[in-house]
Design a protein around this ligand. Sequence first.
Ligand SMILES: [Zn+2]
Length: 70
Amino acid sequence: MTETLTREALTAADRCDRCGAAAVVRAVLPTGGELLFCGHHANKHSERLGELAATIEDTRGEAAVVADAR
Ligand SMILES: [Zn+2]
């Protein structure tokens, strides 16, 4: 099976699906769906995304800060 998945890096044009802030995390669902999150919502939904077995692409890299999302 040859499947080429070319995902472009997140840009300033990519917005969080929840609040419209600049997206820094992309969550790819096993179903092929894709969700974009800002840092705040990525943290907030990380548990749920884990349950969905989503693949997380975090463009924040090592600078990622796990904040208390409240
Ligand atoms: Zn957000």
